[in-house]
Design a protein around this ligand. Structure first.
Ligand code: MG
Length: 382
């Protein structure tokens, strides 16, 4: 740990500097805060997630994922967060470092001013959604700990409503696919990555070893709508329950046609990043895949979920390859989802946290404050 602390100090990766002038601006808003004058203290450190298997989707293959672990401290209470940054999404350790370094959170003397804090975080630079989520998750963890309640309870959700969570099977040789399916035995639904020439072979291989329900994620891999519809009819016969992002996100008209003709629900993932995208997805997809790393975190994810429900759309909660930190944060929303795809922590070999666990195929939400995680190493400190 000593070397980690030195690394943070010497590379200047903490963003702790305050601007005194802001304190007077916010002085009237912090009445209930026992502010010491220090405000919120943000820390962050890069962390490379090691993947259990080489991960292949329609247009990308990799063995690790760059990640930024964060903490937010207020008067001795610490919340934890994380930014997972698969390279194809455009964020990196460098961009997250730049973004987090630009934040001045010490101006905020009351963590309960979440609306103002997160509005400020979103306003500092455009994009940087995962880096913003790293602050949002840490803030939710911190505030939940200060309230002594987990977020699913604060939101009023019943943990018993959580649906089965899926385990992802990446595109691979039949031999490796069979091995992955064997590893996925505790799961009652599998998510299969499609979008290449081997699509039917992938499904047939999985069906040769299991009859659990499947969902498929095409990652924009099908370009012809009639071919996509034929595939969806075939997939329905094979026990598939929904199809995620079958066509490119730019193929809006074809996608709307496909959804209106499809015998299975279609879910927008790459097409749906943030709150305004939910309205655009209505009539184009049956539902949306909400991921904290796309939508800047738990606050906007909760708003997206509420909006999608009011539009009578399906909702799934997904993730990137992440530690138990972001997965446990996303799991707080899971009781209100139709489908949950939160296996990101199980796809890595160096998870520093312990959080939600899969029991009998379901995420088991823990009655612990905040996002309900603890560090595997008791001396862990960011
Ligand atoms: Mg997807």
């Amino acid at each position: 740990m000593g070397s980690r602390r030195n690394f943070i100090r010497t590379t200047g990766l903490t963003a702790m500097a305050g601007i005194a002038g802001f304190e007077t601006v916010f002085a009237g808003l912090k009445s209930k805060s026992k502010a010491s004058g220090k405000g919120l203290v943000l820390r962050f450190i890069p962390y490379e997630l090691q993947l259990r298997h080489t991960f292949t989707i329609a247009n990308n293959s990799r063995t690790s994922t760059p990640d930024m672990l964060t903490s937010l401290e207020f008067e001795g209470v610490t919340g934890y967060g994380e930014a997972s940054m698969p390279p194809y999404l455009g964020e990196s350790i460098a961009s997250a470092t730049k973004f987090l370094s630009a934040l001045n959170l010490s101006q905020f003397k009351d963590p309960f001013e979440m609306e103002d804090i997160l509005k400020y975080v979103d306003s500092v630079m455009p994009e940087n959604c995962a880096a913003k989520a790293a602050v949002d998750i840490a803030l939710h963890d911190l505030v939940g700990k200060m309230m002594g309640q987990p977020w699913y309870k604060i939101w009023g959700f019943d943990p018993a409503d959580t649906p089965n969570t899926s385990f992802t099977i990446g595109i691979d040789t039949p031999e490796v696919v069979r091995q992955k399916v064997a590893e996925a035995k505790p799961y009652r639904i599998l998510k299969v990555k499609l979008g290449q020439k081997t699509d039917r072979e992938m499904i047939e291989t999985i069906r040769s070893v299991t009859d659990v329900p499947l969902c498929v994620d095409v990652n924009q891999g099908w370009s012809d709508r009639q071919m996509a519809l034929d595939m969806i009819h075939w997939l329905k016969e094979k026990g598939v329950v929904f199809v995620e992002q079958p066509m490119p996100k730019t193929s809006v008209d074809d996608m709307a046609w496909l959804t209106s003709n499809s015998p299975l629900p279609t879910m927008g993932d790459e097409s749906v990043q943030r709150l305004p995208d939910v309205i655009k997805a209505k009539g184009v997809y049956s539902g949306i895949n909400i991921k904290l790393m796309k939508c800047t975190g738990m606050r906007e994810a909760h708003e997206m979920l509420t909006l999608a429900r009011s539009l009578d759309m399906k909702v799934m909660i997904g993730c990137m390859t992440e530690t138990s930190c972001a997965v446990s944060a996303a799991a707080q929303l899971s009781p209100k989802a139709d489908w949950v795809d939160l296996d990101g922590n199980l796809l890595i070999t160096n998870d520093p946290y312990k959080g939600v666990q899969v029991v009998n195929g379901k995420m088991t939400l823990i009655d612990q404050p905040g996002i309900g995680i603890s560090a595997l190493n008791p001396k862990w400190k960011i």
